[in-house]
Design a protein around this ligand. Structure first.
Ligand code: SAM
Length: 306
């Protein structure tokens, strides 16, 4: 059965027998489908339906409430961009917080930086962590870094307990604003993030698709422009298995040392230590970093430049 309007799907919304179709009120009238070789896990946590299946062309796939979160084949695009767009924009990031991101992929990318001393992650659903460790070793490897501390809980509550000015960077790797992630797209949450960032600290948050969610993006943009007095920028990239094949990121900085997101000061794609320990980057590089801020006219008119 597919999702009735406004309610998350039950997990397996297969329209064509043997295929998983991603049906959601967040992208009405369309659905991306992947051929299912085998369902590897199905569960219901306190927060959401959790499913893992082996697809025929994208490797293993993690699905939460009927929405694709990561696939083995194209996760590199998302994890590398959501991590390196902020962290390559500031010199020597030391303390980083990840909210959401329970699969561990962002942790894997943050741990590439030898300047980083502390990586905190707050993921609401332990089932996602456990499922990732069992089925997605190339993502969950992020948890093996000794600098990582895992907090299981709601990011909204967690951030309230963090002293002001603690972090150089916060990365919000959240699911969509239906279900447990809803508050992660609202102004009060952005205000609490601004408080825990140092002056000139940076936020990067998952910011949906310019093809599907311009209204939602406008709302996030106006909230961020009220809260972040450094700069607010929108970047985007291609991830084939996300709805419309693209996903965006909101890049914000607090007042303080200026941050020019469009011209990276770090070049993690050339860092030999990172390449040796974690393998070469599959997607991100400094050119695609700068290009990510170039928008099509229909989006530029609404999002505008800085
Ligand atoms: N790459 C994916 C995307 O762009 O949609 C996100 C992947 S990650 C699996 C999303 C994570 O956010 C999930 O594990 C979910 O449990 C977590 N999450 C949702 N709401 C949350 C909240 N309020 N606090 C902490 N984690 C949350």
């Amino acid at each position: 059965p597919s999702a009735e309007h406004g309610k998350p799907a039950d997990g397996v919304s297969s329209v064509i027998p043997g295929w998983f179709s991603e049906i959601s009120p967040l992208w009405p009238g369309e659905a991306h489908s992947l051929k299912v070789e085998k369902v590897l896990f199905q569960g219901k946590s306190d927060y959401q339906n959790v499913m893992v299946f082996q697809s025929s062309t994208y490797g293993r796939v993690l699905v939460l409430d009927g929405v694709i979160q990561v696939t083995e084949r194209d996760e590199c695009a998302y994890q590398e961009m959501i991590t390196h767009l902020p962290l390559c924009s500031i010199p020597n990031p030391k303390k980083v917080l990840v909210i959401g991101g329970g699969d561990g992929g962002v942790l894997r990318e943050v741990s590439r930086y030898s300047s980083v001393e502390q990586i905190d992650i707050c993921e609401i659903d332990k089932m996602v962590v456990d499922v990732s460790k069992q089925f997605f070793p190339h993502l969950a490897v992020g948890y093996e870094d000794p600098r990582v501390t895992l907090h299981i809980g709601d990011g909204v509550a967690f951030i309230k307990g963090v002293p002001e000015g603690t972090y150089d960077a916060v990365i919000v790797d959240s699911s969509d604003p239906i279900g447990p992630a809803q508050e992660l797209f609202e102004k009060p949450f952005f205000e609490s993030i601004a408080k825990v960032l140092r002056p000139g600290g940076v936020l990067c948050t998952q910011a949906e698709s310019i093809w599907l969610h311009m209204q939602l993006i406008e709302g996030i943009l106006s909230a961020c422009r009220q809260v972040f007095k450094g700069s607010v920028n929108y970047a985007w990239t291609t991830v084939p298995t996300y709805p419309s094949g693209v996903i965006g990121f909101m890049l914000c900085s607090t007042e303080g040392p200026p941050v020019d997101f469009q011209h990276p000061v770090n070049h993690i794609d050339e860092d030999e230590v990172s390449k040796k320990s974690k393998g070469p980057l599959k997607f991100y590089n400094s050119e695609i970093h700068s290009a990510a801020f170039c928008l099509p006219s229909f989006a530029k008119r609404i999002i505008g430049s800085e």
